[in-house]
Design a protein around this ligand. Structure first.
Ligand code: PGA
Length: 257
């Protein structure tokens, strides 16, 4: 059977400041991604940069996503962006439940609402889950299970199988210089656990079709090992996705170049 493509998502967060800089970073990424055969590259700029970047992305191989959405399609919701608006501006993916959003107050129920509206509007949802820290007695496992099943409570199993990617991002590993404590073996064990949660809750087909990504301090130095030994289908990268040279190296690693 042909191995499915790896998935690489860059989450730019609230960076960079100017459209010009966003375009410069994106052009560098687009150039490297043009030669990629075994990796699908997705970039999630800030909402304000989405449309100008979408114009640059046309005819290229890099797909676009947003970092968050609201759950209504239109209406009197000051400051919110809807999945329908994001789709129209060029996004085909939407991250929901990122830990930085959860820290600002997003609950599992709100994440579930967001996720349901993302898939209803024809986009793929990138559901982020991750424990705040690891305890010895393993209660982080039930925390993860809870986050997954509650966040997916408003969609059916076939929809999950078609339109959801699961990104495991241990909160304690996000934004460091390099992987600190998390070994590829730990990532592997956790990804098996996440697949089991999907299997038990939604069946074998969903467990097989939902890609599981890892995120948290991914760099060119550890990307290859994480994908090879961590048993994941791809990576969600924050800081290093703002450097076209480093992100380009990660693309090449996943592409087997
Ligand atoms: P990082 O962020 O790669 O900078 O650790 C990952 C994320 O928050 O998605």
């Amino acid at each position: 059977m042909r191995r499915r493509k790896s998935i690489l998502i860059g989450n730019w967060k609230m960076n960079p400041v100017t459209v010009a800089e966003a375009k410069r970073i994106f052009s560098g990424i687009k150039r490297v991604a043009a030669g990629a055969k075994r990796v699908s590259v997705i970039v999630c700029p800030s909402d304000i940069h989405l449309y100008p970047i979408a114009l640059l992305a046309a005819k290229g191989k890099v797909a676009l996503g947003v970092q968050d959405v609201f759950w209504e399609d239109r209406g009197f919701f000051t400051g919110q962006v809807s999945p329908a608006q994001a789709f129209d501006a060029g996004a085909r993916f939407a991250i929901v439940g990122h830990s930085e959003r959860r820290r600002l107050g997003d609950t599992n129920e709100q994440v579930a609402q967001k996720l349901a509206s993302v898939v209803r509007d024809g986009m793929t949802a990138v559901l982020c889950v991750g424990e705040l820290d690891r305890d010895r007695d393993g209660s982080y496992l039930s925390f993860l299970k809870d986050e997954i099943t509650r966040s997916l409570s408003r969609v059916t199993a076939p929809v999950i199988g078609r339109s959801v990617l699961l990104a495991y991002e241990p909160v304690w590993e996000i934004g460091r210089r390099d992987l600190q404590a998390m070994k590829p073996q730990d990532i592997h064990e956790t990804s098996i656990f996440l697949k089991k949660v999907l299997h038990d809750a939604y069946g074998a087909e969903v467990a097989q079709s939902v890609p599981v990504l890892y995120g948290g301090s991914v760099s060119p130095a550890n990307a290859g090992t994480i994908v090879r030994d961590g048993g994941v289908d791809g990576l969600l990268v924050g800081r290093e996705s703002l450097d076209p040279k480093d992100f380009g190296l990660i693309i090449k690693k996943l592409d087997g170049r």
